[in-house]
Design a protein around this ligand. Structure first.
Ligand code: PMP
Length: 408
C-alpha cells in the first residue's frame, strides 16, 4: 500500500465523513518550499491553492519559521490572560494597517470563531438579534456562522436559526433592494459579507456595491461586518479588500494568511463598538505566543517584499493569460478576480462539475494543485502563494491549455 492508499483507508475508518478532500488519488503532502509542495513520493507540485489563501508568504519561509522556532524554544503558553509581548505588538501592528478607526483586536484561533465573535459583538453593540448574509457566502462551521452561510453545501444545521436571513448574492439585481427591505425593519444587528466571495466562486461585486452596502447599514443602524478571512493580507492586492472601494466596515474578521499556516484569527473593530464588550471573553488559544510571532514575522515579510503590489501585478498577468486560453478553448465561460484571487469558470452544461474534477485531477498529475469553488463546483480557483514566480504561473497556464484541449 502506498502513502495515498494508506491515507484514504485511515480517513475512511477514523475521520468524520464530512471531512472531504480533492482528487480521487490525493497526494500526501510532506514538505513545502516557497510556492512548491512535495508529496511522500517526492513529486513536486506548484501550489495554486495555498490552502485557500493561507500560505500567502510561501511555504517554509525562513523569515517566518526562524522567529517561530526561537519562540518555541523560549516559551509556549496558550492563555491570553497573561499580557505577553507578541500579542500586544501584533495588536499594534494590525491597528497600523487596518482601515481607519478599526484599532481594537480580539484574537482567537479560527475564522469561524472570529465570525462567531463578531456576530455576538454586533448583538451587544446594537441590542438587536437578526442578521443578514448573502447567497454564495461561506462564513464557517460553528452554529451562527453555519446559519450565515449562503452556500447550500455548507448549510448543515438541521435546525436553522430564524434570526438569520439571506438575500441574493452581490451580482444579482435584487441583492441590495432585498437587503434594504430587511434593514427597514430596524431589527437587524449586522450584515455579514465577503468583499470577494471565495468559496462561492470568487465573485467580485459590481462597482458601487460595497459603498451602497455601507450607506444602507449606516442609514438603518445596522453594523457592517466584512469577512476578510480569505481576502485580507494582500490576497486581492491590498492589506484589506474593502479599501478597493474606500469602505470602512464596523467589524472586520481575519484569519488564514495572517499566521501563514499558524492558527490565528481576529475580529477588528472600533473603540465605540469594542466598549460594549466588557465581560470576560478571552480565548485560550487566542493570541498565543507562537502564532503571534508567526503573524508578526508574516506582516513584516509582506511589507519588506511588497507582496500587495506583487499580488496585484501577478493577478492581472494571470487573468490576461487565462483570457487568451478562454479564446482558444470555449469551455472557459468566465475569467475573473481581484489581485491573486483568480477564477476560471468552466461551462460544459450538466457536465461542468465532472469536467472541473477531471481538469483538477490531470493538472495534479502534471504537477499543479488548483482549487475548486462555486455553488456548482465548476469554478477553477487560482490562489498561489504571493511569492510565486511569473514563469511558474506561465508554465501552469501552458499545461492548463493542454489539459483543457485533452479533456474537452
Ligand atoms: N470565512 C471565509 C470567507 C472562509 O473562506 C472560511 C474558510 N474557508 C471561513 C470563514 C472559516 O474559517 P475557518 O475554517 O478558519 O474556521
Amino acid at each position: 500500500m502506498g502513502p495515498t492508499e494508506r491515507a484514504l483507508a485511515t480517513k475512511r475508518d477514523f475521520l468524520v465523513p464530512c471531512v472531504y478532500h480533492f482528487y480521487q488519488r490525493p497526494p500526501v503532502l510532506v514538505r513545502g518550499a516557497g510556492a512548491f509542495l512535495f508529496d511522500a513520493d517526492g513529486k513536486r507540485y506548484l501550489d495554486c491553492f495555498a490552502g485557500v489563501t493561507v500560505m500567502n508568504a510561501g511555504h517554509s519561509n525562513p523569515a517566518i519559521i526562524e522567529p517561530v522556532v526561537e519562540q518555541l524554544r523560549a516559551l509556549v503558553h496558550a492563555t491570553s490572560v497573561y499580557l505577553t509581548e507578541p500579542v500586544l505588538e501584533l495588536a499594534w501592528a494590525i491597528a497600523e494597517l487596518a482601515p481607519p478607526g478599526l484599532r481594537r483586536s480580539f484574537f482567537c484561533a479560527s475564522g469561524s470563531e472570529a465570525n462567531e465573535g463578531a456576530i455576538m459583538l454586533a448583538a451587544l453593540a446594537t441590542g438587536r438579534k437578526e442578521y443578514v448574509s448573502l447567497d454564495g457566502a461561506l462564513h464557517g462551521r460553528t452554529k451562527a456562522a453555519i446559519n450565515a452561510n449562503g452556500l447550500e453545501m455548507w448549510r448543515t444545521d438541521p435546525f436553522p436559526l430564524a434570526d438569520f436571513h439571506r438575500v441574493p448574492g452581490p451580482r444579482h439585481p435584487d441583492s441590495l433592494p432585498g437587503l434594504e427591505r430587511l434593514l427597514r425593519r430596524e431589527t437587524v444587528a449586522a450584515v455579514l459579507a465577503e468583499p470577494v466571495q471565495g468559496n462561492g466562486g470568487i465573485v467580485v461585486p459590481p462597482d458601487g456595491y460595497w459603498s451602497e452596502l455601507r450607506r444602507l447599514c449606516t442609514k438603518y443602524g445596522t453594523l457592517l461586518i466584512a469577512d476578510e478571512i480569505q481576502t485580507a493580507w494582500n490576497r486581492t492586492g491590498r492589506w484589506f479588500a474593502t479599501t478597493h472601494w474606500n469602505v470602512v466596515p464596523d467589524i472586520v474578521t481575519v484569519a488564514k494568511a495572517l499566521g501563514n499556516g499558524f492558527p490565528i484569527a481576529a475580529y477588528l473593530t472600533t473603540d465605540t463598538i469594542a466598549a460594549k464588550y466588557t465581560r470576560p471573553g478571552a480565548a485560550t488559544f487566542g493570541g498565543n505566543l507562537v502564532s503571534c510571532r508567526a503573524a508578526l514575522a508574516t506582516l513584516r515579510f509582506h511589507q519588506e517584499h511588497r507582496l500587495g503590489e506583487r499580488s496585484a501585478r501577478l493577478g492581472e498577468h494571470l487573468r490576461a493569460r487565462l483570457r487568451a486560453v478562454q479564446h482558444r478553448r470555449g469551455v472557459i465561460a468566465d475569467v475573473r478576480g481581484l489581485g491573486l484571487m483568480v477564477a476560471a469558470e468552466l461551462d460544459a452544461g450538466p457536465n461542468s462539475a465532472a469536467l472541473t474534477d477531471a481538469v483538477l485531477e490531470q493538472m495534479k498529475d502534471a504537477g499543479y494543485l488548483l482549487g475548486k469553488c462555486g455553488p456548482g463546483r465548476n469554478v477553477l480557483a487560482f490562489l498561489p502563494p504571493l511569492v510565486v514566480e511569473p514563469n511558474d504561473l506561465d508554465r501552469m497556464i501552458d499545461d492548463l491549455d493542454r489539459t483543457l484541449a485533452s479533456v474537452a
